[in-house]
Structure formats: structure tokens, C-alpha cells
Design a protein around this ligand. Structure first.
Ligand SMILES: *[C@@H]1O[C@H](CO)[C@@H](O)[C@H](O)[C@H]1NC(C)=O
Ligand SMILES: *[C@@H]1O[C@H](CO)[C@@H](O)[C@H](O)[C@H]1NC(C)=O
Ligand SMILES: *[C@@H]1O[C@H](CO)[C@@H](O)[C@H](O)[C@H]1NC(C)=O
Ligand SMILES: *[C@@H]1O[C@H](CO)[C@@H](O)[C@H](O)[C@H]1NC(C)=O
Ligand SMILES: *[C@@H]1O[C@H](CO)[C@@H](O)[C@H](O)[C@H]1NC(C)=O
Ligand SMILES: *[C@@H]1O[C@H](CO)[C@@H](O)[C@H](O)[C@H]1NC(C)=O
Ligand SMILES: *[C@@H]1O[C@H](CO)[C@@H](O)[C@H](O)[C@H]1NC(C)=O
Ligand SMILES: *[C@@H]1O[C@H](CO)[C@@H](O)[C@H](O)[C@H]1NC(C)=O
Length: 660
């Protein structure tokens, strides 16, 4: 009621102040984005002072996105005559840049709403308009109210509940920030930003600083739930193939997946592994591991690209600070040797980093003034970072070349972010695929539940303790342009010659169906078979069972009992965090052979794999319990537990070498 009243006043204000020479009536506004899920742990604090100033960014709709799937299939579908003919960055930018109509329609709106166009800048990539707005101006433009929100931790954030734009502009505007975007799980208590900080009176700034120092749940932080899980200490790390049901070594993986040790090291074909600060590797751990498992790497470090003031911190040492990096780097470096691994370390120690910060660094066309393509200060690290100890340099924008394969063992929940934010990021993965890059993400370690085992209350949308409710899919794994990797295990008492099951030890393979993304064409056949032959015994109260949405994961690999050197001792690590660099290493080795034969790297994998499921070992045992259910079953054919299955390297190699 109060809000309605305010809307009326605001609407009156719009009429009174828009001295438009062209429009005679206020264009009808429609709600553009609304938070469907009220942010957990956040409470509305005070209305933002009308004279507060903050940078508004209007993300313009890009052209030709309706053809995205057609374009990606041209270069990635095995039956396409243009398979492997990847696009240049310039062709990608030109194809998708917003149209002149879009730019002029949005500018026209700003102008007639009293925002002088000399205040408005367009980003280099041509897909954002930015200007500094007062809260009063922003509220009037978007027919909303801005409030300061406070987290239980005391952290501050600026947001509105929903926002509206003139009806005729909905097709031209993708996303506007800052508005409804809260990051509830990647962030937990949120980082603050350059932008929000200056809105706050000094005592609150101080408070924010303290909150940040104790912030948790951020990507790469010690309690990021996508970190691997630690098992028992290993006193005697064995090299034999007899113990692969209790200890996974590179030799076990090579035996399981029919893969030889690496032999080639082609130029520009290092394997990319992404880590988020403060997660870091210790060289002493790598040395300890390589002495045992790959002596030729003793003393060797990954090639390290530091993004946005990143550092490889050594102050905080524990499995939660070092386990992910140790696991990823030790196995990937050993598997692809003599090829090297390129580590992309993202974010400084204060502000941290997000998937968008990484994407900005490898793709200048995604990057923009004051934030990435869909960079939201509440979600993504903002650089330069004004906070004490923060990185004061410019944010990294296109400064690093992408590798042909990128392995990321971090993930959030789809429900943490808005659909528009996720869609925009997902389309960036599509653009990288067009350029020949394979993107692999872990599918999560909590079965059908989200990070930390949480599920979604169907009424309030809030997360619960995981004993009931809606399944909670993982992002970016549900983006149809990434390859999502689930986890398997060697069955107790079995050998590497026995088919694996879905992981049911310590972790359960993340899998299920998206609430955001439609089913891609490459999945149609597999999905039809799955629903016809193994229709899961759950209704719409658990997952979107329309059979029209993206299912994940795509593939899987062992994720149980990895013998890892962390903090000076060997212990077992568990997670799709382990599965992902393993699968990515094998893809990298296929690229070695293709490049050696003067062919392009494989790029986006899924269309080839779904059209040729015989190159994967189908996994038909085990499930992915969560939300008080046994989860889905691993079945013959694709399933939302282990995808198409684990790699049969020699079969995959033959297949990809047979493609142009
Ligand atoms: C907004 O204000 C900030 C701080 O004064 C300034 O650095 C920035 O350039 C301004 N942005 C635009 C788009 O005018
Ligand atoms: C490696 O990549 C860089 C940057 O993309 C390029 O300039 C260089 O020519 C490439 N080198 C080779 C040997 O292909
Ligand atoms: C990380 O190290 C700093 C400095 O030694 C310390 O103050 C902080 O408590 C540590 N954080 C955690 C989570 O251990
Ligand atoms: C989870 O929450 C439900 C109420 O929603 C409660 O009955 C149950 O005891 C809780 N379970 C755990 C393990 O905390
Ligand atoms: C497999 O082995 C693990 C570790 O020894 C044990 O915890 C688990 O219960 C066993 N599972 C089965 C199905 O035997
Ligand atoms: C999994 O398989 C079991 C045993 O066949 C069956 O009872 C159960 O309904 C299946 N689960 C789903 C989700 O279909
Ligand atoms: C399930 O997905 C379909 C296709 O995207 C969509 O039309 C439908 O609204 C979704 N159902 C629910 C309950 O969200
Ligand atoms: C893996 O593929 C090869 C063909 O390259 C085939 O001979 C072998 O049987 C396959 N392995 C399994 C476990 O299916």
C-alpha cells in the first residue's frame, strides 16, 4: 500500500518533470526484473537519500542472439561443414553488438526523462550506457524505490525490489544495475564496492570494512561450499592400480579412462585452470606431490596470470584455503605433462573476484568501463578497489589470452542470481565457444541440492536446511554453452576395469534440471530417451519436469579419494572439483593431437559428445540424493547424475581426429 502510494507520487513526478518535446504522454512502464526470491539474511534498512549519487549502467540488448545456437552449431556440430572454423573476436563483437536502433531508443528515453546525453557514456564494447544518477533520478526513471539493505552480518547493499522501463524499451534493455541483484550464496555476507562505499556515512564504511575482513562464502573463500571435501590422511601414498577404489592417482585415472600419459606440448595449448583468491596453492605442496607422482615436475610451478590484483597468498594455510588449488593443479599438471598449466588467479584479498571478473580478463569485448558485461557491484569484484589493502590498479580488461580449455571447479546456485544476469554471462560462454574455447565447470557436490546441501522453499523461495523443497540446480553448470562435469567413483572393492558408479562417497554428483535455461538442441534426443525410459518419480514440486529445460551434468569423471598433497601431508580429496580438471586435461590432450595435425582445437564440446555418446563410458549405478530424496538415478544413456558418462580417451581422440 505504501509502495503503491509512492509509485503514484513518482508517476506524478515523471509527468511533471519530463519536458519531452516528442512524447506527449508518459510511456507505459512494465516491470523489467523483480527479485523472485527475497534475499536471505538481508533486511531493508533505510530509504536511500534522494541526493545519493551512484553509477547506473544500462545493459543494451545484443543483436542476433536468437541465432546463437545456430552459430555455435556451425562451428561445433560434428555434421557441420564449418566444424572447427572458429570466429575471430572481432567477428563475434560485430555480430552481437546492440543495433543502432537499440542505442538510439534508449538514449531517447534518457533524454526525454531529463538525463542530459552529455552525462551518458557508451562503453568500448558498445553494449552498456553508463551515467551517474542521483537516487531521485534513478527512482523516477525506473519507477521504483532504492533502499539500503543490511545483512545480518551488518553488511550494506543498495537495491530495489523491482524496476520498470517503458514498454517499448523492454526489447532493447537487457539488465540495469544497480537494481534487484543480490548475491545470496556466492557471497553470503557481501563484499562492498567502490560504488556503494561512497554512499555510506563514515561509521558504516568502517563497519563494512570489518565485515569484509570476516566475509565468508565468497568464491574461493574458506567456506565456499564448492570447495572439495577433505578425507582421511594418507600415510603411504601408493602408486599401484590395485588400490584405485581407495586412492586415486594420475595412473588410476589414465587406466580408468584409457588415456596415455601426455606426450605433446604444442605452442599456445596450455591448460587453463581458474582459482579465486584467497584460495591458493603452496609450491611446497606441489613439490611434495610431484616427487611422488611425477618427478619431472619437481620444483615446477604453473604459469601464473594474476587478474585484478590477485596474489597467491600464503598467510592463511589450511585445506579450505589450499585444497582446491592443490587438487586442481597437482592432477592437471601431472596429467597433461609435458604440456603446462596456466593458472588464472582471480581477485585481490579484499574484494575477491567472480566469474565475470575472470571473463573480463580474457575477453576485452566483454569488459566495460566500471564493470563487465553484466557486472553487478553486489556480485562481482569492482576495480580499482577503494578499500584498504585493495588493488588500486584498473580492472583487468582483456589483458590475458584465453587458453583453449578452461577448467573451473567453482560454482554457485542458479537461484543465487537473476535469470537476466545468468543469461548474459551464459552468452559470453557461447561467444568463447564460437572462438574455439572449451569451458568446463564442476556440477556441484550436493546432488540435487545446492551448495551446502540447501534446497528451495517452494512458497517463500528461501533456502532451507535441505530436508525438503525444490531441487537447487548449479550455475554456470546449467548454462547450455558450458560442459558441466559430474562425479563418479570406483565401486568399493572393485578395480579400474569395473564400470564406475555415480559418486556416493562423501559427495553426491550435482545434477538435475535448470529453472532458467531452455533445453539446447544437442540435448533433445538424449532427454527424450531419458524421459521415455527412466521418467523420474518426482513432480513439479521438485524440479521443472516440462522436458523443455536444460539438464545437467553433461559428462562425469572420478571425484572420489584423490590423493592430494595439501599443507605438507597427503590426504584424500572429494568433489566434482576433482572431476573437472581431470576431464579438462583429457580434452587438452585431444587438442594437442588436433593442433599437431594442423586442426583447430575442439572448442565447444557438447554437440559432438551428445551426437556420439559411445565415446563415453555410460554410468548406470548410483544416484545423487538431496532435499530429503534419493535424487535421480544414474541410468542407461544420459541422466541428470553422471550425464553421458566418463571419458574413453582413445575413443574420444579417434572421434575428434576424424572431424575436420
Ligand atoms: C561518475 O562519477 C565518478 C566519481 O566522481 C567518476 O569517476 C565517473 O567518471 C563518473 N561516471 C560517468 C559515467 O560520468
Ligand atoms: C600464441 O597466441 C598469441 C596470442 O593469441 C599469438 O600472438 C601467437 O602468435 C600465438 N603463437 C603461436 C605459436 O601460435
Ligand atoms: C587469515 O590470516 C589473517 C592474518 O594472519 C588472520 O587475521 C585471519 O584470521 C585468517 N583468516 C582465517 C579465516 O583463518
Ligand atoms: C530441517 O528443517 C525442518 C523444518 O523445516 C525440521 O523439521 C528439521 O528437523 C530440520 N532438520 C535438520 C537436520 O536440521
Ligand atoms: C565403501 O567404503 C567406504 C570407506 O571405506 C565406506 O565408508 C562405505 O560405507 C563403503 N560403501 C559400501 C557401499 O560398501
Ligand atoms: C530410481 O530407481 C529406483 C529403483 O529402481 C526406483 O524405485 C526409483 O523410483 C528411481 N528414482 C527415480 C527418481 O526415478
Ligand atoms: C518450466 O520450464 C518451462 C520451459 O522453459 C517454462 O515454460 C515453465 O514455466 C517452467 N515451469 C516452472 C514451474 O517454472
Ligand atoms: C574405449 O574405446 C575403444 C575404442 O577406441 C574400445 O576398444 C574400448 O572397448 C572402449 N572401452 C570401453 C571400456 O568401452
Amino acid at each position: 500500500m505504501r509502495i503503491d502510494a509512492v509509485f503514484q507520487i513518482l508517476a506524478a513526478l515523471v509527468v511533471a518533470t519530463s519536458a519531452s518535446p516528442i512524447t506527449t504522454t508518459t510511456p507505459r512502464h512494465v516491470v523489467h526484473e523483480r527479485r523472485t526470491v527475497p534475499p536471505a539474511n538481508w533486511k531493508r534498512h533505510t530509504r536511500l537519500h534522494p541526493e545519493s549519487v551512484f553509477p547506473m549502467r544500462i545493459g543494451l540488448s545484443q543483436q542476433n542472439l536468437h541465432r546463437a545456437e545456430e552459430f555455435i552449431n556451425q562451428v561445433s556440430h560434428p555434421e557441420s561443414a564449418d566444424y572447427g572454423k572458429h570466429w575471430s573476436a572481432q567477428k563475434v563483437a560485430e555480430t552481437f553488438a546492440p543495433s543502432a536502433d537499440t542505442v538510439s531508443a534508449v538514449k531517447e528515453w534518457l533524454h526525454t526523462s531529463g538525463i542530459a546525453l552529455d552525462r551518458v557514456r557508451m562503453t568500448q564494447s558498445r553494449n552498456w550506457l553508463t551515467f551517474n544518477a542521483t537516487a531521485e533520478e534513478a527512482e523516477r526513471l525506473l519507477q521504483t524505490e532504492y533502499h539500503l539493505y543490511k545483512a545480518e552480518s551488518g553488511h550494506i547493499h543498495v537495491a530495489c525490489d523491482d524496476y520498470s522501463v517503458p514498454e517499448h524499451l523492454t526489447k532493447h534493455i537487457d539488465i540495469i544495475t544497480p537494481t534487484v541483484h543480490f548475491d545470496r550464496k556466492i557471497g553470503g555476507p557481501r563484499r562492498t564496492t567502490h560504488h556503494e562505499d561512497f554512499l555510506l556515512p563514515p561509521p558504516m564504511r568502517e563497519l563494512n570494512k570489518r565485515v569484509l575482513e570476516n566475509s565468508h562464502g565468497l568464491l574461493g573463500s574458506p567456506d565456499d561450499q564448492s570447495n572439495p571435501k577433505q578425507g582421511a590422511q594418507v600415510l603411504n601414498a601408493l602408486m599401484t592400480l590395485e588400490n584405485c577404489d581407495t586412492m586415486i592417482t594420475p595412473a588410476c585415472l589414465q587406466a580408468l579412462y584409457n588415456a596415455p600419459p601426455g606426450s605433446l606440448s604444442m605452442k599456445n595449448n596450455t591448460l587453463g585452470v581458474v582459482e579465486y583468491t584467497p584460495q591458493a596453492f603452496l609450491q611446497t605442496d606441489l613439490n611434495m606431490y610431484f616427487k611422488q607422482f611425477e618427478p619431472r615436475l619437481d620444483g615446477v610451478s604453473p604459469n601464473t596470470n594474476l587478474i585484478d590484483g590477485a596474489s597467491i597468498q600464503t598467510k592463511n594455510q589450511s585445506f579450505n584455503f589450499n585444497g582446491e588449488s592443490a587438487l586442481d593443479l597437482e592432477f592437471a599438471m601431472a596429467l597433461v605433462y609435458p604440456q603446462q598449466v596456466t593458472l588464472f588467479q582471480v581477485g585481490d584479498l579484499v574484494n575477491g573476484g567472480s566469474f565475470n571478473n575472470f571473463l573480463d580478463a580474457i575477453d576485452g569485448s566483454y569488459c566495460t568501463f566500471m564493470g563487465g558485461d553484466s557486472k553487478d557491484p553486489s556480485v562481482d569484484g569492482q576495480y580499482p578497489d577503494s578499500l584498504p589493502g585493495g588493488f588500486t590498479g584498473a580492472q583487468n580488461c582483456g589483458g590475458f589470452a584465453s587458453t583453449n580449455v578452461i577448467s573451473t571447479s567453482y560454482g554457485s546456485n542458479e537461484a543465487d542470481l537473476t535469470a537476466k544476469y545468468e543469461t548474459r554471462q551464459c552468452l559470453e560462454y557461447m561467444k568463447l565457444g564460437l572462438q574455439g574455447v572449451s569451458i568446463l565447470y564442476s556440477s556441484g557436490d550436493f546432488g540435487v541440492a545446492g551448495n551446502g546441501g540447501q534446497c528451495i522453499d517452494p512458497v517463500t523461495g528461501a533456502y532451507n536446511n535441505g530436508t525438503k523443497g525444490l531441487f537447487n540446480p548449479s550455475f554456470p553448470g546449467t548454462c547450455p554453452y558450458v560442459t558441466s562435469v559430474g562425479a563418479t567413483q570406483v565401486i568399493n572393492g572393485s578395480t579400474v576395469r569395473t564400470p564406475e558408479s555415480a559418486s556416493e562417497r562423501v559427495i553426491f554428483s550435482g545434477g538435475g534440471f535448470s529453472n532458467v535455461f531452455a533445453m539446447p538442441s544437442y540435448q533433445q534426443k538424449a532427454m527424450a530417451t531419458y524421459f521415455a525410459e527412466h521418467a523420474p518419480q518426482y513432480g513439479a514440486d521438485r524440479f521443472n519436469n516440462s522436458q523443455k529445460v536444460r539438464g545437467y551434468p553433461d559428462v562425469s569423471a572420478n571425484g572420489v579419494n584423490y590423493v592430494t598433497a595439501v599443507n605438507g601431508k597427503f590426504s584424500l580429496a572429494f568433489g566434482t572439483s576433482a572431476s573437472t580438471p581431470t576431464f579438462a586435461s583429457l580434452v587438452n590432450m585431444i587438442n594437442e593431437q588436433r593442433i599437431n595435425a594442423k586442426k583447430a582445437p575442439v572448442g565447444f564440446l557438447n554437440p559432438v559428445l551428445y551426437a556420439n555418446p559411445q565415446v563415453l563410458n555410460d554410468v548406470t549405478n548410483g544416484g545423487n540424493q538431496g532435499c530429503g530424496t534419493p535424487g535421480f538415478n544414474s541410468t542407461a544413456g544420459w541422466d541428470p547424475v553422471t550425464g553421458l558418462g566418463t571419458p574413453n580417451f582413445s575413443a574420444m581422440l579417434d572421434l575428434f581426429m576424424g572431424l575436420p
